[in-house]
Ligand binder design. Structure first.
Ligand SMILES: [Zn+2]
Length: 61
């Protein structure tokens, strides 16, 4: 069974890849997060995205 789920970072509908707190991060975004250096301008964007995701799921409970 393949789960099709929205990526929480880019909002693309994709197959389940990395499930974090019941949210999916697609393969593309996972690679970008892993491949982005900490001094790259996009790093903050991804970091904030994951932070929002974690904060949101905490508030949910
Ligand atoms: Zn994505």
């Amino acid at each position: 069974m393949i789960d099709i789920i929205e990526c929480c970072m880019c909002k693309k509908i994709t197959k389940a890849n990395l499930i974090l707190k019941n949210n999916n991060i697609c393969e593309d975004c996972e690679k970008k997060i892993i491949g982005t250096k900490t001094d790259h301008q996009d790093y903050l964007k991804y970091k904030e995205g994951i932070k929002r995701l974690l904060c949101y799921s905490h508030q949910d409970k």
